[in-house]
Design a protein around this ligand. Sequence first.
Ligand code: AMP
Ligand code: GLY
Length: 417
Amino acid sequence: MKVLVIGSGGREHALIWKIAQSPHVTQLFCAPGNPGMAHIAELIQIPVHDIDRLLSFAKIRGVDLTVVGPELPLSLKIVDRFREKGLRIFGPTQAAAAIETSKVFSKSLMDKYGIPTAKSEVVSHKDAYARIAAMELPIVLKVDGLAAGKGVVIAHNQAEAIAGLDGFKKMGHAAEQVIIEEYLEGIELSFFVVTDGKNALSVGSAQDHKRVFDGNRGPNTGGMGAFSPSPLLTPNLEDEIMSKVIYPTLQAMAKEGCAYTGILYAGIMLTKNGLSVLEFNARWGDPEAQAILPRLKTDWVKVMEATIDGQLDQVRLEWETGESICLVLTSGGYPGPYEKGKPISGLNAERPASITIFHAGTTLEEGQWLSAGGRVLGVTAIGKNLAAARKQAYETIKQISFEKMHYRSDIGITTST
Ligand code: AMP
Ligand code: GLY
């Protein structure tokens, strides 16, 4: 069977790596992919937003299954358009992906159906200034639309709130509506399910580390590292998340006429008053996928096929017994400006099977790997427990270097993000 993966980051490399292990796969494509996966997938130079070309590629090349990594093509109706043409594709429709792409939609869905989430109100960007002036702080300000991780501001005082709203101005349409949300204190957990709209299977938990520096300091990034499973996720908590969040959300989406299929990612805050949903995403997390997928024993292609066929009730997921960690190596300066094109050494060394290196932002020029993005590499290790995995992963990154390479040295020690 021929499989096409859409996207180009570490998450997509982890997906391709996992899909390549399926005995059902005869040919793998990635659009646009990155050179780190070129030995297992043919790279197709079509950007993720060019749905017309992706569709004609899939038709002409007889692709049997398309897998969507990032949210942008979901918001551009990739799933709807492939389905209309009778092509099999894994992911939610545009209307269902609104659970991520519109915070106004997801907050109102949660409020309407009693899914636990912070109290909030929606105002226009223009009216938000007057509204916050009368409010007690801290508060959280969020833009409605996609904002590449820059759409959330935690304001501890009026000056921060005003600066946050001013910063939203450059986001145009995405910030026409602003959500003013109650500030919650607690510990965060990323929880993932695969769902066919009715049945949902936990694909586990991972703890992301969003801030760029050790000790959770500095600006938010796409994610500096993750470990899985999260020790916070007890069987009781998992049952509670499934019964209070996941199933009610799937039922709500079906009632609203936009049944959800694919990966559903719930960002959850564990507060002293119980759990609360911070946000939903309509896709795998990155780097969380790089930590979770290597622990999965089950053939992921079969799971995706059962999802598309509405037969997830027939599937059981099997996991490695160990624990995993993914460390992200970034270009110094990220998430701000950074330099690219730095030669990377140590990538070609022999490594044990418990270590996998996923590429996120690299290029290959005349046999030399060069940095080509903010997040450059993800180093995943599986060990008998988190401490063992952690040790192996940090040993491995000692062998890899490029000028101004940065990483956090406390992944797997701190529990909050
Ligand atoms: P979101 O994109 O909504 O997940 O927000 C990004 C990050 O902002 C989360 O991972 C939290 O660290 C933080 N955050 C979001 N909403 C809240 C809230 N209501 N209270 C405290 N922190 C929040
Ligand atoms: N690591 C967070 C995300 O993928 O949204």
